[in-house]
Design a protein around this ligand. Structure first.
Ligand code: HEC
Ligand code: HEC
Length: 360
């Protein structure tokens, strides 16, 4: 804001000076023309100059006053500059940020609106989740089938992944799915700068944590009390939606456990589910065998329990997700591609899903 005001003031001063010079030029020019040849009568260097009285009196005082004015300008101007500069810098950062968000939004737009169609697949500019048309080929019969593949909601993506992990996804995509590689490192069309602006945009569409809600259920931005947000955990309003989705799964599958329902949670295009990565075909309505692995490891057959001898270790892993190069379980090393669920599900829900996974 300060930056904008200062720029505006600078422009006004600049225009005033410019107009001043133009006026001076024309006045001077026309007056000079009128007096053309007058210097022949009396050359400027022969004109009578001030006498001593005036030179050392009023004229000198005038110059001294001028000096004092300049001094005062410096003495006041420098501290004012010093006080305003941090604000100006913060303003400049804010403005750059807004600009980045704007550029990111342009890239995020649907193809019809000149973007790269993130909005088209991921459920609009708010990234609430959608579906993408795709063709899958049966590896054995070679039969090609048109399917709709879940494109998970992105308004919670930073609850699952760190910024660097999302950067990796944007650069390299999910090459087996409709999500293509967008960044130059993965062979996509976007520059590093494009990807950065997209990340900044994605940050702005994340939904609020539940503790940011006032009793009326309004987002904290509407109640203007960010302090209630401290320690915010689960994004809202999905907490209640999760329970609703779990209940309807259990209604349709009376024998299922709550853990199974959570594993297959069909909410926000699979943004909360495990099955979309651990069950092949789940994302396009053709699940092959629950938990037998796709993008994520095969969780059946006991191997996973060998990797996590203790339930509590697995719970901690599911909460935090994997990190690139970091150890998890007994002797496993993460890639950063397994999301963390500690900010999406409650502790009880994670315990339920872990118990289900350990029984697979
Ligand atoms: C043609 C449809 C399509 C387009 C266009 C598309 N995506 Fe995706 N995206 C998907 C699908 C489908 C997935 C899920 C892939 C899977 O099952 O692993 C996905 C996954 C993602 C993920 C990982 C989310 C997670 O939780 O696993 C991110 C982040 C993402 N997309 C961001 C973007 C951004 C940003 C753009 C725009 C540059 C974009 N996508 C464009 C279809 C698309
Ligand atoms: C976006 C895809 C994705 C989702 C969603 C996902 N996982 Fe994973 N998961 C992975 C990947 C990839 C790995 C392999 C570890 C790595 O690459 O860091 C993994 C690893 C694991 C492991 C360790 C397996 C082993 O034997 O080492 C467990 C357990 C696991 N996931 C459980 C879950 C559960 C439970 C959920 C749902 C709450 C879930 N995953 C959701 C991708 C995913």
């Amino acid at each position: 804001m300060v930056a904008l005001n200062t720029t505006a003031v600078a422009w006004v001063i600049f225009v005033v000076i410019l107009l001043g010079w133009i006026t001076y030029y024309f006045l001077n020019n026309s007056s000079a023309r009128k007096e053309l040849g007058s210097e022949i009568e009396m050359a400027p260097n022969r004109k009578q100059y001030y006498d001593d009285e005036q030179m050392e009196g009023s004229r000198l005082e005038r110059f001294q006053l001028f000096g004092v004015l300049l001094l005062v300008t410096v003495v006041i101007g420098l501290p004012v500059y010093w006080i305003l500069e941090p604000g100006r810098q913060a303003g400049a950062v804010d403005r750059k940020h807004e600009e980045f968000v704007g550029w990111g939004e342009e890239l995020f737009q649907t193809t019809a609106n000149g973007g790269f169609n993130c909005a088209g697949c991921h459920g609009g500019l708010k990234g609430t989740g959608g579906q993408a048309p795709y063709a899958v080929t049966d590896p054995k019969t070679g039969e090609v089938r048109a399917v709709s593949w879940y494109a998970p909601a992105l308004n919670t993506v930073f609850y699952r992944f760190s910024k660097e992990e999302v950067r990796f996804i944007l650069n390299y995509g999910r090459p087996f799915s409709p999500m293509s590689a967008w960044g130059a490192p993965g062979g996509g069309p976007m520059t590093e700068q494009n990807i950065e602006t997209l990340l900044v945009y994605l940050e702005t569409i994340q939904i609020e944590p539940d503790s940011c809600l006032n009793p009326a259920g309004l987002p904290f931005s509407d109640t203007a009390d960010p302090s209630v947000c401290d320690g915010g955990t689960l994004p809202q309003p999905t907490k209640d939606e999760i329970q609703k989705a779990v209940d309807s799964y259990l209604k349709a599958n009376p024998d299922a456990s709550e853990g199974e329902a959570l594993f297959n949670l069909d909410l926000n295009s699979g943004a909360y589910s495990c099955a979309r990565c651990h069950t092949q075909g789940w994302s396009y309505g053709n699940p092959v065998a629950t938990g037998q692995g796709a993008f994520g490891w095969n969780l059946t057959g006991g191997a996973t329990n060998t990797h996590f001898p203790n339930e509590s270790d697995m719970i901690n892993f599911i909460k935090a997700g994997s990190s690139y190069g970091k150890k998890y379980g007994m002797q496993s090393q993460g890639s950063g591609r397994m999301p963390g669920f500690g900010h999406l599900l409650t502790d009880e829900q994670i315990k339920a899903v872990v118990e289900y996974v350990r029984g697979l």
